[in-house]
Design a protein around this ligand. Structure first.
Ligand code: DGL
Length: 279
């Protein structure tokens, strides 16, 4: 009999909170632990080796907190570290536990949103260069054309709370123009970085009418609900409250900063705890 524990949700910084917000709407009864590796964000420009090492440290930490299931609510970590952790590390670390990402559940449904069969994917340089979305979407929707655009300034703008300032307009418009320059047939744009929903108002402002913008929170939340239905052995290992489970928040950087800014991403106030990961 395996022990029970909370669901772990991980991101390089604040972005995963946009996913957690939707997960706790759909599955409020479970206990959750969130970890933002703010001290080492952004992950987007970092090497495979660095993102893998940091993500593995986070997963080990979640397991040490008793989490049987960890969601990498970060596209960059999902693109660069998830597969290696699932295939090489998990069997030795804790073969009964599971680590899931955000790319596959998004790729599974994205084709249902497009009429033109052309999708734009906006992400960090790490996510775009990994080609993970190209491969995953081609697997589920071989007829859909995917155009990618890296937006390297967007995460720093968001982590530094400049996302609603005038300076952000320049970088938002620049990346959208670069994406739409690749094809005028794109009718669906995926925000393939969990930070980007904070820029959604500016993104909508600079897009021609008729183009849908998708954030991943709801997609990942409904995929997780479905996963837990299909895996009762895992569902029974998730600890819970009567109607509402507990939520704990950890950051590798200043708790004061985290508490002041995380509520914008989560939509509610919170108090965080500082944690130091290995390196
Ligand atoms: N929020 C993350 C993502 O979804 C990573 C952002 C970053 O650290 O560069 O890709």
């Amino acid at each position: 009999m395996y022990s029970t524990g909370p669901i772990g949700i991980f991101d390089s910084g604040y972005g995963g909170l946009t996913v957690m917000k939707e997960i706790i709407k759909v599955l409020p009864q479970y206990d959750y632990i969130y970890l933002g590796d703010n001290a080492r964000a952004p992950y987007g420009p970092r090497s495979f080796e660095a993102v893998y090492t940091y993500t593995l440290e986070a997963v080990e930490w979640f397991f040490s907190q008793g989490c049987p299931l960890v969601i990498l609510a970060c596209n960059t970590a999902s693109a660069k570290a998830l597969r290696t952790i699932q295939q090489n590390d998990l069997p030795y670390m804790a073969s009964e536990n599971r680590v899931l990402g955000v790319i596959r559940p998004t790729a599974e449904v994205i084709g249902n949103y497009t009429q033109s069969g052309q999708i734009g994917v906006l992400g960090t340089a790490g996510t775009v260069n990994s080609s993970s979305y190209l491969l995953e979407i081609a697997h589920f929707y071989p007829g859909v054309k995917v155009f990618q655009q890296a937006c390297p300034m967007w995460v720093p703008l968001i982590e530094n709370r400049e996302y609603d300032q005038h300076g952000a307009d320049y970088f938002v418009k620049k990346c959208l123009d670069e994406l739409l320059h690749q094809s005028r047939e794109i009718d669906t744009i995926l925000l393939a970085c969990t930070h980007y929903p904070l820029l959604i108002d500016k993104i909508r402002m600079y897009l021609p009418p008729g183009i849908k913008v998708l954030a991943q929170g709801e997609i990942v939340a409904s995929s997780l609900a479905d996963y837990l239905k299909r895996h009762p052995e895992m569902e029974q290992r998730i600890s819970r409250g009567n109607n509402l489970g507990s939520r704990l928040f950890y950051t590798t950087d200043s708790t004061e900063d985290f508490d002041n800014h995380a509520s914008i991403f989560l939509g509610q106030d919170l108090r965080s705890i500082h944690v130091k990961l290995k390196t």
